[in-house]
Design a binder for this molecule. Structure first.
Ligand SMILES: [Zn+2]
Ligand SMILES: [Zn+2]
Length: 301
């Protein structure tokens, strides 16, 4: 998986600090997660191909997480897009976007499908042969979900050296990849395990958007390869975190530690802070592998 942070700051956009938006590349998909103002400019800056975005996941209807959406939907039309676009987000998102298009006497010439969410339990919102996306119910000032994107267990890759050494003909390769055994010339059976390698462990990424410290998400994101968890405040402003229903860096680290994840990316910093290393320092008092999120950060895992 490859994650590109397009923006990870809270509230108002600045020239060098964009609101929340991320691109996750997984098994050939390019998922856009949240779409704050300026997202399409950031997509251009980091050379993301617009046409490859077919699924957009929106955590909640605060402006810093979706004010870029109608602009992007509109640009897709201007670019002559024909492929369907699926948008997953809180109930009301369809009305918010379609009203703006309607008042401008505009519409899309491609299929625009809204998948409105209102469950308070984790649910599957997207699934195909290789990937599954589930919601992570969060608690914020409005209805909010994070998203857990997981790879499915992949087929065993071909052990090309073993196949060559045993003189296996190429015509059997597909059968082997699908788990089949092969009969040798002397009639003996060569087991699939001899001709394939162990598949890598499936990866997963949890996007935990705006939320209070919420231990109930720990079982949902347990063992994730990487998580992003908002850290709007430091512990010194814990009163503000409680009041505005956000988290501190330390609280995000407690979630990461308790969920035994591989790494924690922090972000959604309040504009009152200048040094984002302070978020890392505070989080590392609890959990070691902390990455400071910033616009343009790329993380592969
Ligand atoms: Zn926010
Ligand atoms: Zn919010």
């Amino acid at each position: 998986m490859k994650l590109t942070i397009l923006g990870c700051h809270s509230a108002t956009p600045r020239w060098d600090a964009h609101p929340t938006s991320q691109i996750l590349e997984v098994k050939g998909h390019l998922f856009l997660i949240d779409c704050g103002e300026g997202t399409q400019v950031q997509l251009r800056r980091y050379k993301v191909k617009f046409a490859r975005i077919k699924h957009i996941f929106i955590s909640h209807l605060h402006g810093d997480h979706f004010f870029g959406l109608v602009g992007l939907v509109s640009t897709f039309r201007l670019l002559g897009r024909e492929a369907d676009l699926h948008i997953y987000g809180p109930k009301g998102i369809k009305e918010a976007i379609t009203l703006q298009l309607k008042l401008g006497k505009s519409w899309t010439n491609y299929g625009l499908y809204f998948h409105e969410l209102d469950h308070t339990e984790s649910e599957v919102v997207f699934e195909d042969d290789s990937v599954i996306v589930k919601t992570i119910p969060l608690e914020h000032r409005v209805y909010t979900n994070g998203f857990l994107i997981s790879e499915k267990i992949t087929e065993r890759p071909l052990n090309i050296n073993a196949c060559r050494n045993l003189g296996i003909d190429k015509i059997y390769f597909n059968k082997i990849k699908q788990g089949g055994d092969v009969k040798a010339e002397d009639g003996s059976v060569i087991k699939n395990e001899t001709l394939t390698l162990e598949p890598g462990a499936p990866k997963s990424y949890a996007f935990c958007s705006d939320t209070v410290y919420l231990p109930s998400i720990v079982p949902i994101i347990k063992g994730a390869t990487m998580i992003y968890h908002e850290t709007t405040f430091l512990e010194s402003h814990k009163d503000l975190a409680i009041k505005t229903k956000h988290s501190t860096a330390k609280e995000a680290a407690i979630i990461a530690r308790d969920a035994e994840v591989g790494g924690l990316i922090v972000g959604h910093y309040s504009g009152r802070y200048n040094d984002y290393e302070d978020f890392k320092k505070e989080a590392q008092t609890v959990f070691e592998n902390v990455i400071v999120g910033y616009d343009g950060l790329e993380v592969s895992f």
